[in-house]
Unconditional design. Sequence first.
Length: 430
Amino acid sequence: MEKPGIEKIAVIGGGSSYTPELIDGFIQNESDLRVGEIALYDIDEERLNIVGGMAQRQVRYAEMDTKVTLSTNRPKAVEGAKFVLSSMRVGKMPARILDEKIPLKYNVIGQETTGPGGTFKAFRTIPVTLDIAKDMHKYAPDAWYINFTNPSGIMTEAILKHTDLNVVGLCNNPINMIAGMAEVFHVEPKDVFLEWVGLNHVNWIRKVFIKGQDMTQTLMDNLEKFAENEEMPRLEPELIRTLGVIPTYYLQYYYYHPARLAEAKAAEKTRGETVLEVEQELLKKYADPKVLVKPEELAQRGGARYSEAAVNLILSLMLDRRDVQIVVARNGDAISDLPPDASVEVPCVVGAHGVTPLVMGKLPDSIRTLCQQAKAWESATVKAAVSGSRRDAILAMLQNPLVPDYPTAVALVDEMLEAHKDYLPQFFHK
């Protein structure tokens, strides 16, 4: 039987240091899926040629028939694609570093997804994403938009509210946590089912099932032992037991904000500055014509298992597998404590029909307020990014759980608007 094929996949931000990881995912799954063309699009031609050249060598070395094309013309890259994957960074790494550094002056951690950094990353990225949506309506109207661009939940909600594209948001946190649970319980990842509730980067595990058996209490009783696994969140076992659910990695910024703030202030470099150095080394590797497979150093960049998550999703949509994956989708009735038109990150059935969230019901009392406040911030951020209103921007900043008061919100918005002026035309059009 001939294996199924996709004529074309487009990658927005094809010059990303993650791209060789994505290409490797298609190489590893070649037996299940033929891809005719992977079109890499980027506005940075030099970087696109370096990363794209690496991707072309990977495919040749793997003896795949897939053609890897490079383009700085977005309509041309998107045209005829069945899937459009977004992994872009408007303002590149210098913008992230500003997002991390400016809030520290106001005793707030910048954090590029959950903090003020996430707010401004969304402000920069949403208008560009809605432009991409226009190209897709014209040149690839039936394509799926798979968003890996952070903050993924906010980006996905913007597309859900302002376009009628087929969209799903993706993050590698769920697949990493499933792998961690599989290690902890000495089973395969396919044997793990997590009742994952909340938003992207604001999520908790309510129950852990191993081969259909509820092992949540076993996990709670052995948190000290299981904490040795690197995928388990760095949180005190007593906090987890107090909440009665397992918080995931990014919740450390909410539950331990003063401590994480102190660490960030004491650090010689921000995470963005560290990543910038890692990326510069990766680009040197990618530029070397002798490098034919993704380098080990890519693991330091973060984003482990990104390609696995992306390829799994594409396979299920193409092959109508109707399996359960934890992705970002429109809430509908999935979490009754959140608005139906909001984005949530929950287990979903993924098949040729699309993405159907499982009904997770009400949030536990211990996490409901934080989740609702974070969602209010996310939705307000989407509104402000589209309106370009300073007042909307201040309201979004004020609703972020990490921002302590109104004067701080105003100061953050004014300084960060000025710092990112070149990438925020909607706020300066007057």
